[in-house]
Design a protein around this ligand. Sequence first.
Ligand SMILES: Nc1ncnc2c1ncn2[C@@H]1O[C@H](COP(=O)(O)OP(=O)(O)OP(=O)(O)O)[C@@H](O)[C@H]1O
Length: 536
Amino acid sequence: MNTFTTSPTSFMQPNPGTSGMFLTLNSYVLDTVRIILLGSLMEAGRKLFEWLAERFTFRYAVSVEFNQADPTYPWIVQFLTHHQVWRRSKSFQIGAKTSRSRLGVTLSQKDNPLADYIPLYDIPQLFYWKGYWVEVRCDRQEDKFSVVDQPKGRIYLSIFTLDVSIVDMLVKEAKEIYLSASIANVVIHVADSEASLFHPVWNNVKRKARRPLSSVVLREGTMDALLRDVREFLGAEAWYINAGIPYRRGYLLHGPPGTGKSSTIYALAGELGVDIYTLSLGSKFVDDSYLHRAVSGVPSGSIFLIEDIDCCFPSREDEEEEAVRLSRSATNREQYETGIKQPKSQVTLSALLNTIDGVCSEDGVLFFATTNYMDRLDPALLRPGRVDYKLEYFLTSQDQASSLFRRFYPGNAIGNSTSADSEKPAASYDIELLSEKFGAGIPPNQFSTAELQGYLLLHKEHPVVAADGTEIWVQAELAAREGRKERERERRERLMAIYRIDSREREDSGSDQGSASGDSGVVKIEADDKGEALSN
Ligand SMILES: Nc1ncnc2c1ncn2[C@@H]1O[C@H](COP(=O)(O)OP(=O)(O)OP(=O)(O)O)[C@@H](O)[C@H]1O
């Protein structure tokens, strides 16, 4: 009967299997808790350290941010390159060299490699500069709020000092290093894309090789006078301030296309070592607000250049008004063929005048504008104070043609003819004589320097051929020009005829059918002449 006896205490006694499991579980839990606690403590410690470091940086460091879309950005890249801060980076993005500014440093400046090496790290680096520790960090984060395509890079510097003026010192040094590094180039900042309200507009940097002033062939004394004027202005800041006159000066270069207006400005910028900031008023995205922001971003001591400034005022020109009237009855194709243009700029005259007045511009900016159509410009734009110096360009004189020739064949003062025709015996030549021959063959005030340059380029190895062929080339060019003029005149006449018919039809809109059909017949004849349906 004792078969099924159970001791009442058997429940109380630990079961070795269960208790082992319980203990193991217990130790797991304890370990986990310990690990969690340790992890939390470490994380808290890290956060605390970060917080303290941040507090320390905040309290004892001056922090600055450089945005890739801002002109100061290349200065700071050059500065960091100069101090070899990027050297420690082991991770790069490589991009083919383009004119576009990017967070790029060439590893070896001597070899001028074909790619930009762009450091990718965002771990802060420390370097020592003039007795200060400076922390540098860069990133290329996407700007989620930007609706337009903007360069994304940023560089952050923290200088461990309480003296804010050290930033000035650093930026000044950065600019000096940048200028001396770009001494062989003219740096051109172009506002050539949309920019949201919160972004700088100068987001494209190009470099052009510096061009000597003497390479621009102008009338005697023209370049010297311009250079003297600009230098005088740059040295007269105190005078302007004392006299209470805004410290700015406007230059308008006007004349036919291809006579050297832009070349003058680029050569001048190279000579003075100043950057050019340029935009086109004809760009779709350039409106009053854009112009205002652009000019506000031009640093003192730079050139602000607007090329073809006349595109702001098409309606002020009589011929254009006539053309717009004509366009009412002309098809799109005719508008295209006859060069009829709709107003090309969204910038209003008052915004442009405000800009030039210096209301929103930096003091010490040299304002340059070019135009092929001086007479289209509003007189308000031309008044002294806005445009202080007007320089007219002309088609080439015979002297200019000769000196262009001499510039074209340097180092060939006397030599042997390298005639294109290998049958001909080589003959010796004198560049001075050839240049005179060339100059004498060019009718004065008929050709632009760009046209002559185009001709000489055809014979860049053959000065004798160039000089000998001048007359034939001139005749051919003048004949081709006559042909173009004739065709243009015919197109205009056709359009005028259509316009007259169009107006008459509108006047006679209430008159009888017979008269209207008579007019339509004339339109048809015009259309047939042109080989296309021109009727309205
Ligand atoms: N006076 C000049 N001396 C030397 N080269 C010139 C001169 N004029 C024009 N050229 C050459 O012709 C080309 C066009 O010149 P540039 O752009 O300076 O003319 P522009 O007057 O500004 O023309 P546009 O009014 O069409 O802008 C350049 O390659 C330049 O080297």
